[in-house]
Design a binder for this molecule. Structure first.
Ligand code: NAD
Length: 317
């Protein structure tokens, strides 16, 4: 896919989608960017506003579109769906957003799309799984944003605790993008030093690290309670994953990836580091987990499996 003209289609021009579009313009990624939403007027306004920014960054054709535009796209990014309201969990969104995602995937596939799907609408692990089922695409060509945002939040929190740049913190949140996720502290490093060793040397207790993990898990609620929605962080995470796909980077990123036996799991999408390139998910990297983390992974997967099974059954029935 590393061709000179690349085309991205965004479906869902709300807070997350429009911030993602802005981030893609800032980075000068893709030469063509089409925007689809139920609210067509908004896509037209956003396209006109975004094209003004291209005069300062890189040339790009930005326009509001219909589904037939997906035919020759390299990447379709789905941010269409209801967001969490204060007090709502991501899993509470499953029924309404499964319906929306089905109504999005069908016309994309019908248009003849053969690129990569990137899914961000919530509950993202279940919706990514559903996109793969509804599209019938090879599993590697459907990527979820998974715990990419959560891992960024963890790196930021650790960077403050250890007084180093978040760019130099190598740490992942794993499993569900939601309340059952966990911090994979046992494999985390800063400058090649194991995080637990560095914490001990600096007098930072495990309890403090677990508190930090909990704050990361709840950060979306903190943001939603203060400004109604979260969008800049996830939009930038989506840009980062898009760049890995469009530039065929083989980047190791925490994403929502399909399991084929890793962590003892199958037929599920879940947050784990994976190699991302022009083929989507090139390889899942199975991170060694300690006892606490292995239990959290198994419990999280069980929750996701149950909700996915019930949600898909309701949709069919
Ligand atoms: N993966 C993550 O890390 C992450 C982070 C934040 C938000 N989200 C999720 O992203 C989704 C979008 O959040 P938001 O804040 O942008 O919401 P929003 O309400 O601002 O935007 C949603 C957009 O989707 C559009 N839409 C709804 N149904 C559609 C359909 N059938 N076809 C086309 N467009 C449709 C709406 O018109 C709206 O413009 C939510 O599900 C939210 O929970 C994910």
């Amino acid at each position: 896919m590393s061709k000179t003209h690349q085309k991205v289609v965004l479906v869902g021009d709300g807070a997350v989608g429009s911030s993602y579009a802005f981030s893609m313009v800032q980075q000068g990624l893709a030469q063509e960017f089409a925007i689809i939403d139920l609210n067509k007027k908004r896509t037209e306004g956003d396209a006109l506003d975004l094209e003004d920014a291209t005069a300062f960054t890189a040339p790009k054709l930005v326009y509001g579109a219909d589904y037939d535009t997906c035919k020759d796209a390299d990447l379709v990014v789905i941010t269409a769906g209801a967001p969490q309201k204060p007090g709502e969990t991501r899993l509470d969104l499953v029924d309404k957003n499964l319906k929306i995602i089905k109504s999005v995937v069908e016309p994309v596939v019908k248009a003849g799309f053969q690129g990569i799907f990137l899914v961000a609408a919530n509950p993202v692990d279940i919706l990514t799984y559903a996109v793969q089922k509804f599209s019938g695409f090879p599993r590697n060509k459907v990527v979820g944003s998974g715990t990419s945002l959560d891992s960024a939040r963890l790196r930021v929190a650790l960077s403050k605790k250890f007084n180093v740049s978040p760019l130099d913190v190598n740490a992942n949140m794993m499993a569900e993008h939601g309340d059952t996720e966990f911090a994979a502290f046992s494999s985390a490093t800063i400058g090649g030093l194991p995080l637990y060793d560095l914490a001990e040397a600096k007098g930072i207790s495990k309890e403090e690290l677990y508190q930090l993990e909990d704050d990361v898990r709840n950060k979306a609620y903190t943001i939603i309670n203060s400004k109604g929605a979260t969008f800049y962080g996830v939009a930038t995470a989506l840009m980062r994953i898009s760049r890995a796909i469009l530039r065929d980077e083989n980047a190791v990123l925490p994403v929502g990836a399909p399991m084929s036996g890793e962590y003892g799991l199958k037929d599920i999408y879940i947050g784990t580091p994976a190699v991302v390139n022009a083929n989507g998910i090139a390889e899942v990297l199975e991170v060694p987990l300690d006892e606490r983390e292995a239990k959290a992974m198994a419990d999280s997967a069980k929750t996701l499996e149950e909700i996915a099974k019930n949600g898909m059954a309701k949709l069919q029935g």
